[in-house]
Design a binder for this molecule. Structure first.
Ligand code: FAD
Length: 294
C-alpha cells in the first residue's frame, strides 16, 4: 500500500497540512526549522529525515543528496541540535552502487565539515547486508556516520558483534517492515527478548547506543540495566518519533536522560504514515479524518 503511486498522490495533495506539526515537520526543511527549534528549546535533540524512499531515477537521487547537504548546512548555520537520518534507497541504492557512493561521499564530506551526525536508517531485510557493508566502508573514513540494527532480524546479534569493533553510534529498533520468518522473528515476544539482548550487548560493548522505542517495558529495562551495570546516562539516549509519547519524552528529559526526536519532513509522507498506522491501529481514526477532510 505504501508503494501505491495513485494513493500517494491523493494523500500528498490532501493530507500534508493535516499531518504537518503532528507526525511530520513541514513540507520542506525550512518549514520544519521552527518545529525543531521548539523541540530543542524543550531540551530535546532531533534527527531529521527528508521523506521519500525507493528512488529509481539518477537525477532524483542526486537531488536528494543535494537536499541532504543543504539540510546539513542549515543545521550548522541555525545552530540546531540535530542529526540527519537518511535511507540509502533514496540516494541510489537500487540504481547503481557508484551513484550511491558518490552521493554518500558528498553528504559525508559536508557532515564531517559541519560536525553533523548522519544515521543510515535500516530498510527492509533484502537491503540489510548491503547497508551494513557500506556502513563499515564509510566508517573507515568518516566519524559522523551511524546506522541502525533491527531486533526482529536473526542476524542482528552477529551484526552487533561485528560492528562493535568500529565503535559506532548505533540506533537499536524493533524493526518496521513486513519480513519473512526465514529472516526475522515472527513472534512479538521473541522480538522483545532479542531487543533486550541487543541493548545489553551494545551497552556492554561500550557503544553509544540509541534505544529507539515507544515501549515502556524497553525504556524501563534500559534504565534499570544502566543502573545495574553502572553505565552512565552519557552512553545512551532514547529516541522517539515526532508526535509520539510527547509526555514521556518530557519526563525522560526531566529525569536527566537524553532524548532525540525523529522528525520526518517533506511532501512524500504517505509511506511513513502508513507504516505508523500499521504499527498502531489506534491512529486509524485520526488518519481517516485527516485524509477525507478538505
Ligand atoms: C527514532 C526511531 C527511528 C526508527 N528507525 C527505524 C529504522 O531505521 N528502521 C526500522 O525498521 N524501523 C525504525 N523505527 C521503527 C521501529 O522499528 C518500530 O517499528 C517502531 O518504533 C514501533 O516499535 P516500538 O518499539 O516503538 O514499540 P511497539 O512494539 O510498536 O509497541 C510496544 C508498546 O509500546 C507502547 N506504544 C508504542 N507506540 C506508542 C505510541 N505511539 N503511543 C503510546 N504508546 C505506544 C504500547 O504500549 C505498545 O504496546 C524507528 C523508530 C524510532 C522511534
Amino acid at each position: 500500500m505504501s508503494k501505491n503511486k495513485v494513493l500517494n498522490r491523493i494523500a500528498k495533495k490532501r493530507g500534508v497540512h493535516f499531518v504537518s506539526g503532528k507526525i511530520i515537520g513541514g513540507k520542506d526543511f525550512l518549514k520544519t526549522i521552527p518545529y525543531i527549534q521548539k523541540l530543542n528549546e524543550s531540551g530535546l535533540s532531533t534527527t531529521v529525515d527528508h521523506l521519500g524512499e525507493f528512488v529509481n531515477s539518477k537525477d532524483i537521487a542526486k537531488e536528494r543528496a543535494n537536499e541532504c547537504i543543504h539540510t546539513i548546512q542549515m543545521i550548522k548555520d541555525k545552530k540546531l541540535d540535530s542529526h540527519v537520518s537518511l535511507k540509502l534507497t533514496s540516494l541510489g541504492l537500487d540504481i547503481s552502487r557508484d551513484l550511491l557512493i558518490k552521493n554518500m561521499v558528498n553528504i559525508l564530506d559536508e557532515a564531517e565539515k559541519s560536525n553533523v551526525m548522519i544515521t543510515i536508517d535500516m530498510e527492509d531485510a533484502t537491503r540489510c547486508h548491503e547497508t551494513i557493508h557500506l556502513f563499515k566502508q564509510f566508517k573507515e573514513s568518516y566519524t559522523c556516520v551511524s546506522t541502525v540494527l533491527q531486533a526482529y532480524l536473526y542476524r542482528s546479534e552477529q551484526d552487533l558483534k561485528d560492528l562493535s569493533t568500529y565503535q559506532p553510534f548505533l540506533r537499536l529498533v524493533k524493526g518496521a517492515y513486513k519480513e519473512s520468518p526465514n529472516v526475522a522473528f515472527a513472534d512479538k515476544k521473541d522480538v522483545d527478548d532479542n531487543y533486550k539482548k541487543l541493548i545489553k550487548h551494545s551497552l556492554e560493548y561500550g557503544l553509544y547506543t540509541a534505544i529507539a522505542t515507544h515501549d515502556d517495558t524497553m525504556i524501563d529495562y534500559t534504565k534499570e540495566l544502566a543502573t545495574n551495570l553502572n553505565i552512565s546516562k552519557q552512553q545512551f539516549e532514547f529516541q522517539m518519533l515526532y508526535g509520539m509519547r510527547n509526555n514521556l519524552q518530557s519526563i525522560l528529559v526531566q529525569d536527566g536522560y537524553k532524548v532525540r526526536v525523529y522528525v520526518p519532513y517533506g511532501e512524500d509522507w504517505y509511506g511513513y504514515f502508513m507504516r505508523r498506522l500499521a504499527e498502531r491501529p489506534a491512529n486509524i481514526a485520526f488518519a481517516f479524518k485527516g485524509l477525507t477532510k478538505k
